[in-house]
Design a binder for this molecule. Structure first.
Ligand SMILES: Nc1nc2c(c(=O)[nH]1)N[C@@H](CN(C=O)c1ccc(C(=O)N[C@@H](CCC(=O)O)C(=O)O)cc1)CN2
Ligand SMILES: NCC(=O)N[C@@H]1O[C@H](COP(=O)([O-])[O-])[C@@H](O)[C@H]1O
Length: 210
C-alpha cells in the first residue's frame, strides 16, 4: 500500500487540489487517505468528495456551543478537548503523514504529543520564508514589508509542525522576488502558483524519508 496521507484544511482547498492532481498524475509518492476540515463549509470538502476521498469536518465552533467569548477558561478547556479529539480521529485513521494545507488553527501539545508518540509526522505549508512572517496574513505582511523597502524577497515553505508556530524545521523553501510584482494581488497569485508546486514537492520529500 502506498504511504497514506491525511490532509488538514480550512478553506478553498486549492493546495489539496494540487495534491489530488499530483496523485492522479502519478507523481505523488503516496495516497490521500482522508481529509479533515476545521470548517464545515470549506470548498475543500467538495474537492475531496469529487475525488472520492473520505472526508469529515472537525469544527471548533461545535465545541464552543453554549459559551461566550468572555468564558476564556471554559473555552481553553474546550479547545484542548477539540485538539485531543482530533488526535484520536487522526490516530484512528493512522496515516503515514499529516499535511496541513491551509489548516488555520494552532495545534496544541494535546494533539502534537499523541501524534509524535504514534509516529505520525506533521508538515505545514506556510506562505513566507523561515522566521519571516509567522502566523496568519503572511502574504499581505510580506508584500507590505516589501513596499516599505525592508525586504526584497518573499516565498513559501513547507516545514515540520512543532508547538512553536511556523518555527519547525524547513523541509522545502522557495523564494519569490518581490520586485517583478506590481500589486499585492499579482504577488499573491504568484505565491499560490508556487504553493501548488511546493505542497507536492515537500510532501514527496518527507514521504521519501519515511
Ligand atoms: N503548533 C502549530 N500549529 C500550527 C502550525 C505550526 O507551525 N505549529 N502551523 C499552522 C498554519 N499556520 C501558518 O502556517 C497558522 C494558522 C493559523 C494561525 C492562527 O493564529 N490561528 C488562530 C485563529 C486565526 C483565525 O481564526 O483567523 C488560532 O488558532 O487561534 C497561526 C498559524 C497550523 N497550526
Ligand atoms: N499560515 C497558514 C496559511 O496562511 N496558509 C495559507 O492558507 C491558504 C490555503 O489555501 P487553500 O485552502 O486554497 O489551499 C494558502 O495560501 C496557505 O499558504
Amino acid at each position: 500500500m502506498a504511504p497514506q496521507i491525511l490532509v488538514l484544511i480550512s478553506g478553498s482547498g486549492s493546495n489539496l487540489q494540487a495534491l489530488i492532481d499530483a496523485q492522479k498524475q502519478g507523481v505523488l509518492k503516496g495516497e490521500i487517505a482522508h481529509v479533515i476540515s476545521s470548517n464545515d463549509k470549506a470548498y475543500g470538502l467538495t474537492r475531496a468528495a469529487e475525488a472520492s476521498i473520505p472526508f469529515q469536518s472537525h469544527c471548533l465552533k461545535n465545541y464552543y456551543k453554549g459559551t461566550t467569548k468572555d468564558q476564556v477558561e471554559e473555552r481553553r478547556v474546550l479547545r484542548e478537548k477539540f485538539n485531543e479529539d482530533l488526535a484520536h480521529k487522526i490516530i484512528g485513521i493512522h496515516p503515514d503523514l499529516v499535511v496541513c494545507a491551509g489548516w488555520m488553527l494552532i495545534l496544541s501539545p494535546g494533539i502534537l504529543t499523541p501524534l509524535e508518540q504514534a509516529g505520525i509526522p506533521i508538515i505545514n505549508l506556510h506562505p513566507a520564508l523561515p522566521g519571516a512572517f509567522d502566523g496568519t496574513h503572511a502574504i499581505e505582511r510580506t508584500w507590505n514589508a516589501g513596499q516599505e523597502g525592508t525586504i526584497t524577497k518573499g516565498g513559501v515553505m513547507i516545514h515540520r509542525v512543532i508547538a512553536e508556530v511556523d518555527r519547525g524545521a524547513p523541509v522545502l523553501v522557495k523564494e519569490i522576488e518581490l520586485s517583478p510584482h506590481k500589486s499585492l494581488e499579482e504577488y499573491e497569485t504568484k505565491v499560490h502558483e508556487v504553493e501548488h508546486v511546493a505542497i507536492v514537492e515537500g510532501t514527496n520529500k518527507v514521504l521519501e524519508s519515511i
